[in-house]
Design a protein. Sequence first.
Length: 437
Amino acid sequence: MEYFTNVPKIKYEGKGSDNPLAFKYYNPDEKIGTKTMKDHLRFAVAYWHTYQGRGDDPFGPGTAVRPWDSISDEMELAKAKVEANFELCEKLGVPFFCFHDRDISPEAETLKETNRRLDVIAGMIKDRMKNSDVKLLWGTTNTFFNARFVHGASTSCNADVFAYAAAQVKKAMEITMELGGQNYVFWGGREGYETLLNTNMKLELDNFARFLKMAVDYAREIGFDGQFLIEPKPKEPTKHQYDFDAAAVIGFLKSYGLDKHFKMNIEANHATLAGHTFQHELRISRINGMLGSIDANQGDLLLGWDTDQFPTNIYETAMAMYEVLKDGGFKKGGLNFDAKVRRGSFEPEDLFYSHIAGMDAFAKGLKIAGKMLEDGKIERFVEERYASYRSGIGKDIIEGRAGFKELEAYAMNTDIRNKSGRQEMLESILNQYILEG
Ligand code: XUL
Ligand code: CO
């Protein structure tokens, strides 16, 4: 059955096109360097926003009109969404999708029945994959929606909840593996706290690390070789999320000896909530060898919450792709649109317009970043800025030949001369790449 009957297969028509159901910049087969755009960008559709999201907010229920709205049976609805997912991904030419366990299949009264339902839907997805090029980028668990997770999952004060969350991750990991998922994501839903008056922070953090260690052990046991990813977020839903930002997560993983097993899944809107730029979070991850994947979206800098908008800001996509290219491109990761259409964009076609907008914005960002690196103007400027560390006292510092005494002796006889950082000149060069690239 076809769900999006008004939407044809989306094609690349180039920047002169005024067809809103066509790509202007995303040309999947076009090569940037040695790889095609499709292989560079590795786009994914997020199951939760695309098929579960209905546009509800604290002031009113959802407004979404969806082709599956007349289906009332929960399992039939879940099956319809599997079909709709493949249709949407295939029409957009998006090679991947991502899900939480509870997105693809509804929770039942018992964990046993919930898992049985999951098996039914996962089986259906697996069958559908046989006739499709669409693959699973990552799976994850929803351990934040149900009331049992009121105090968190692995950081709950209640050990029974820890156990339940473990059972849920075990099953979701098995399904992810069964479906050939290339990564498994941990976003710490309610892993954080509201007040230290009722919180044993040390025990919660130790338990969080124990939980991740169990996941690593179980993956090894079943032979799951997907990449484990942690997705930092500073706040929301809890006031203080433990996975605050990439630096905090990397420090946490290192202090518990878990850093070899995890990389970051960086979400643009989470970066700005943490008071950082998207590029900052990607850079921190990259220089630590832990840039895994991206949740592609954007926030609204005038609003202090996770608005999960489709990414359309070319400056942001260019600088993000610059970090990805500097990292040698995605390995198992990709660009997952963790983004939802606005409440006012309630028609099924809006699901296509929004993905097209995001895909075009990242395609253009990729082209700009490719040009920046090919020209090397900015790279050379940065290299030159640190030239003092390539000879003389700088080289001695880097190579460990100078300590405080030697540096004091040197400083006594040195006339310091700084050079301009040329920020505005560089911003203007960047604008040239953006406007002409
Ligand atoms: C929440 C968020 C999640 C994760 C997956 O802010 O980004 O959807 O991406 O659990
Ligand atoms: Co996300």
